[in-house]
Design a protein around this ligand. Structure first.
Ligand code: GTP
Ligand code: NAG
Ligand code: MG
Length: 381
């Protein structure tokens, strides 16, 4: 015979176990359905983002390791540029080669809506032992589509010029933002790659990179890597968030439960806090952009015309895509990659600074400046 007390404990035990099993399956599996369930509950523990543990030693290349035993990822650099960007492109490539790629030999892909000049090809290919290829962007991937009402687009541009919105009057800049948002990963020269590292003209790489970031992406199933995050100018994206919400409502089931909505929104998805990853630096998974959720998302945004009627940037579009359609642990902060794109820089701190022999001043570091969103990223974990 069971005593009454033992009976009470048994029932309590069953209730507690059931609670655990249910809450675990809720976190780990299934898709979030409604907007409010997309953002998970805010924890009370101090943030412990995975990057704080550093890159594990197995990834670090030691001077003694023979170069032909190196594992390589299915990856390439990608540079979108005009012939006129040559000086800045060369400067960026030279640093990337010296700091990283002369040891790792990943190829370079250059893209342009006009044919690259012989000079551009010669001067860039001279800088590397890796293969270089030069692609022409198909016209319908680049130029403003006919479906856009040019009168309305023009009025919007003139308005932005009046309001001093940066690049507010520029059509080429809009073409570029739309191309980076939805087309570069479809270029034929990128079809045979899974990972890319985006490099822009006139950027700086401050530190030696002694491990292969692509392999970290591959082994750990990451889809998006960044070094700087910040707030977007609201003038460039007034209706973007409403469009995102409209998309989510019309397409339930695309968002994994442990997404990074809390990086984007402070009120469970109601409003956009304007946080985004700065896309001039990106290490990413091309197949993620090619996947169904992001493709549907981009097409939906493109049909709304906001790339031209407003000035939607590829940075908020990529960031919203990554934060909603990937799991938060698939978004990686490359803390040990020292990087500058004017006017902001990420300078590695402490041990990372020493290990990378970084030449940036560690006190000049954007990470926890008031305009940075890194704190929001940390708070995901
Ligand atoms: N082929 C081509 N590339 C472009 C064009 N406009 C911009 N780009 C490239 O697209 C990327 C982003 O353009 P940027 O002009 O650097 O824009 P940004 O980083 O927002 O602004 P900056 O502060 O000027 O660097 C760079 O790699 C440019 O070289 C264009 O009209 N044609
Ligand atoms: C590299 O990745 C692309 C895209 O996923 C794939 O089509 C291709 O087969 C891969 N190549 C190799 C050698 O694995
Ligand atoms: Mg730039």
């Amino acid at each position: 015979m069971m005593t009454p007390w033992r009976y009470v404990f048994l029932v309590l035990g069953i209730i507690i176990s059931l609670h655990y099993i249910l809450s675990f399956s809720h976190q780990g599996y299934g898709k979030a359905t409604s907007l409010s369930s997309i953002a998970e509950k805010i924890g009370s523990k101090p943030p412990n983002p995975p990057y704080k543990q550093g890159i594990s030693d197995e990834y670090i290349h030691h001077a003694t390791s023979s170069s032909d035993s190196k594992r390589k990822a299915n990856a390439t650099f990608v540079v979108l540029a005009r012939n006129g960007d040559l000086t800045g492109v060369i400067s960026s490539i030279k640093q990337m080669e010296d700091r990283f790629n002369k040891e790792f030999n990943y190829p370079w892909v250059f893209l342009n809506e006009e044919p690259f000049s012989e000079e551009f090809k010669r001067r860039t290919s001279e800088l590397t032992d890796s293969p270089t290829s030069y692609g022409l962007i198909p016209k319908d991937h680049w130029y403003q589509p006919d479906s856009i009402d040019e009168e309305r687009a023009k009025a919007a541009r003139e308005d932005m010029v009046k309001n001093n919105v940066i690049y507010g009057g520029s059509v080429p800049y809009r073409n570029m933002c739309r191309y980076n948002s939805g087309f570069f990963f479809r270029h034929e020269l990128l079809q045979n790659y899974k990972y890319y590292w985006r490099v822009e003209p006139h950027v700086k790489f401050f530190c030696d990179i002694h491990y292969d970031p692509f392999l970290v992406m591959q082994d750990k199933g990451k889809v998006y890597g960044f070094t700087i995050s910040l707030f977007e100018y609201i003038e460039t994206i007034p209706t973007l968030w409403n469009t995102v919400k409209e998309f989510l409502n019309a397409n339930p089931g695309l968002v994994p439960a442990d997404n990074a909505m809390r990086f984007l929104s402070d009120d469970g998805g109601e409003t956009y806090n304007r946080c985004h990853f700065w896309s001039n630096f990106e290490i990413g998974d091309l197949d993620f952009w090619r996947s169904e959720p992001y493709s549907k998302f981009f097409n939906f945004l493109d049909e709304k015309g906001g790339f031209y009627y407003e000035r939607w940037g590829d940075a908020p579009v990529h960031s919203i895509g990554a934060a909603l359609f990937a799991r938060k642990d698939q978004i990686h902060f490359f803390e040990d990659i020292g990087y500058r794109h004017d006017p902001f820089q990420h300078c590695p701190q402490g041990d990372s600074h020493k290990r990378g022999k970084c030449w940036c001043n560690p006190t000049e570091n954007f990470d926890y400046e008031w305009y940075s969103c890194l704190k929001k990223y940390d708070e995901l974990f």
